[in-house]
Design a protein around this ligand. Structure first.
Ligand SMILES: Cc1ncc(COP(=O)(O)O)c(C=O)c1O
Length: 352
């Protein structure tokens, strides 16, 4: 019997979620003090929640299993049905969380975005808390950095403008900051400056920050207490979760500043791809760690490139319309960028 040979993976640019825990994380996980998070509490989880709240300048924080769980818990803790959640049309919440609206019992509506930022005028127009016919607006959701827009960032001022519109109508704002620290590092501001411009916020420990599992939800104390009950309802009370929260502490203490390296390499990758074929990507450099490149005009063409690159050991993800998404992270060094560019160059020559 002959087994088909899969080429070795040389460069994995599919997502920053592939990052493995650092040796320091594994050590801290092995020695973390533990308890029952559903009873008297797990001391390491508690330490992570306290340091997160203080780092982000919010009254309280909650450890959750994932960004998706954090967003769902936040929606449920903010909004009661019947009600409408307004979010960017290309947001992760609307497009990549398996239709969480069905679980939330709320109506989700997509609004126009520009480079990942909600259109302020469209938001003002869309919010409706009084109409007897329309579903009343219950929550507004921003995303920073914005995944589908290519890791674009919103400044604290831009976030504050959206927050002000929502609050003028008495509507709370949640921010999906899965890659909050990428945004903060790219803008050169403390993450707390971005957190100040939203009522609640989730961020992931498990992406560029390299922890194996977990996300954090922050917000006012009463909101987080409600969220804690909802997390339990969703099966998210994880008992001796300090084993994984320990890695989260290391992530917050030592992994945020190095994200600039991922951003620098994303820019090098973008520049290299543009030098190969200027029709693949525009002149604007990526702001964070996500590179979008359009190698064709159909999803099929994108998938063909994805497969051909994989055959050379370079993993990327094809989206719709011929777009490929490449994400830099801790395991992508300068030589990985060179390997990826060489694979693109070879395929581009072959395609001519
Ligand atoms: C913007 C955004 N929000 C939320 C999530 C969900 O995070 P998780 O995979 O931890 O559920 C992701 C994951 O890629 C994301 O990019």
């Amino acid at each position: 019997m002959s087994l088909a040979k899969t080429p070795p993976v040389l460069v994995d640019l599919r997502s920053d979620t592939v990052t493995l825990p650092t040796p320091a994380m594994r050590e801290r996980m092995a020695s973390a003090p533990l308890g029952d998070d559903g009873l008297e509490g797990d001391p390491t989880v508690r330490a992570l929640e306290e340091s997160t709240a203080s780092l982000l300048g919010k009254p309280a924080a909650l450890f959750v299993a994932s960004g998706t769980m954090g967003n769902l818990v936040a929606v449920l803790a903010h909004a009661r049905g019947p009600g409408e959640v307004l979010a960017g049309a290309a947001s992760h919440l609307l497009n990549s969380e398996r239709g969480g609206a069905a679980l939330a019992g709320l109506h989700y509506r997509g609004l126009p975005e520009h480079a990942g930022r909600l259109d302020a005028a469209a938001l003002d127009e869309a919010i409706d808390v009084r109409s007897s016919a329309r579903c009343p607006t219950a929550l507004v959701v921003m995303e920073n950095s914005h995944n589908a827009a290519g890791g674009t960032v919103s400044t604290a001022q831009e976030m504050a403008a959206i927050h002000a519109i929502a609050n003028r109508h008495g509507v709370p704002v949640h921010t999906d900051g899965a890659r909050l620290f990428n945004a903060a590092v790219a803008l050169g501001v403390p993450a707390a400056a971005l957190a100040a411009a939203t009522d609640s916020l989730t961020f992931c420990l498990s992406k560029g920050l390299s922890a194996p599992v977990g996300s954090m939800l922050v917000g006012p104390t009463a909101f987080i207490e409600r969220a804690r009950g909802i997390r339990r309802m969703l099966g998210g009370t994880l008992r001796q979760a300090g084993v994984i929260a320990a890695a989260g502490l290391v992530a917050l203490e030592g992994m945020t500043e190095r994200l600039v390296e991922d951003h620098r390499r994303a820019q090098a990758l973008h520049a290299g791809l543009r030098a190969l074929d200027a029709s693949w990507c525009g002149p604007e450099l990526p702001q964070t760690n996500i590179v979008r490149v359009r190698v064709g005009s159909s999803s099929d063409e994108g998938r063909r490139w994805e497969a051909a690159l994989a055959a050379q050991g370079v993993l990327v993800r094809a989206g719709s319309g011929g777009w490929l998404r490449l994400v830099t992270h801790r395991h992508i060094d300068d030589s990985a960028i060179a390997t990826a560019l060489a694979a693109f160059a070879q395929l581009s020559r072959a395609a001519r």
